[in-house]
Design a protein around this ligand. Structure first.
Ligand code: SAH
Length: 330
């Protein structure tokens, strides 16, 4: 069963619309599960406070790192293979290949922010992957989480009919979908394109492909630059058993979760991170009880230009978690 664990201040928002229709039926059949954890259960004091003023001044409140961490820690074990996500407008943009990877995995744990957001430290300390549903600001992460869950759940085996799941949809091949038509044959003087009624499957397929390409070129030329068939890779952002580096490209999620493992000899951590088709390798060492990035390399061993700061930070955060797992730091 594909399991979603949602950390939120508004558990009543789940499953919400996902309790209806395809997702709702799949939920009832046990294809997936959606459990919610109320972050306020770990709030502080008589009022169960979960937020406080933003350090450095300015308007708005921020969710406290200690409260959020207590909530996550109460319900997620370190060996939980599911990716830990936090909804955030600064995050990795959610797209169909990311969704497919999540759907192919064991499920997700999703933290929903509110107010101005969440104390930065808990994102690093708990190795959360920030995920954005678009370049706009919502009032909370819950609707974003519902969007993410809906997109994943419809891909789970047995949720859509076979006919539907075999269909080439928008984004699945890096293109927007061709237009659809159904009855009536004539709608307000506009007929269905003749070719679709011809019964000639080869010509119909060619027409649809051409429509897809033309539509994508006109509306979303950015998609053409990166268009490639979706490759499905397993998702778990965790060190494999025994701490050895996975050698197969396929073992590593492509959407930005770094992959860490422990080098048994000198106790350094190596983190591989795929970014824009290149492999980055980070080595992180334990210096005086704190992990530090000591080396970064690009591609197969040669040293290259420095990766972006956020990339290094993501890898660093992940390595910190691995070190905790190994009991090096607490
Ligand atoms: N001050 C923040 C926005 C906070 S909005 C900023 O400017 O970046 C409050 C919460 O809503 C966030 O913590 C996040 O969990 C959620 N949220 C808002 N917009 C989102 C988006 N586009 N994608 C995913 N989550 C979003």
């Amino acid at each position: 069963m594909w399991r979603a664990s949602i950390f939120t201040l508004f558990p009543a928002m789940f499953p919400g619309p996902l309790g209806l229709s395809l997702a709702g039926e799949a939920l009832a059949r046990g294809v997936w599960a959606c459990e919610t954890f109320d972050i306020r259960d770990h709030g502080l004091g008589r009022h169960r406070a979960v937020d406080d003023r933003t350090a450095g001044g300015g308007p708005g409140m921020v969710m406290r790192a200690d409260v959020v961490a207590a909530s996550l820690d109460a319900h997620l074990t370190l060996d939980d293979p599911r990716p830990r996500l936090v909804m955030s407008p600064r995050g990795v943009p959610l797209n169909q290949s990311f969704v497919r990877q999540l759907a192919d995995g064991p499920g997700v744990a999703v933290l929903c922010g509110r107010f101005e957001g969440i104390d930065e430290r808990v994102i690093g300390a708990r190795n959360l992957i920030e995920v954005s549903v678009g370049d706009y600001v919502l009032s909370g992460g819950e609707l974003g989480a519902l969007v993410l869950l809906d997109a994943c759940v419809r891909l789970l085996p047995g949720v859509m009919g076979a006919a539907d799941s075999e269909r080439e949809e928008s984004f699945e091949n890096g293109l927007l979908e061709y237009p659809h038509y159904t009855r009536p044959r004539d709608f307000e003087g506009v007929p269905i394109p003749e070719i679709l009624l011809s019964g000639d499957h080869a010509r119909i397929a060619a027409w649809r492909k051409a429509q897809s390409e033309a539509l994508t070129r006109r509306r979303r030329p950015d998609l053409l630059a990166t268009a490639k068939p979706t490759k499905t890779v397993p998702v778990p952002p965790r060190a494999p058993k025994g701490g050895l580096m996975p050698q197969e490209d396929n073992d590593i999620p492509a959407f930005g979760a770094p992959f860490a493992c422990v080098d048994a000899q000198d106790g350094t951590l190596t983190v591989r991170h795929k970014h824009e088709g290149h492999w980055w390798r980070f080595e992180v060492a334990d210096k005086n009880g704190r992990l530090q990035l000591v080396h970064q390399a690009h591609g197969a061993g040669e040293s290259g230009h420095a990766p972006s700061e956020s990339l290094a930070l993501d890898a660093y955060d992940f390595a910190t978690l691995e070190a905790r797992r190994k009991g090096w730091v607490d």
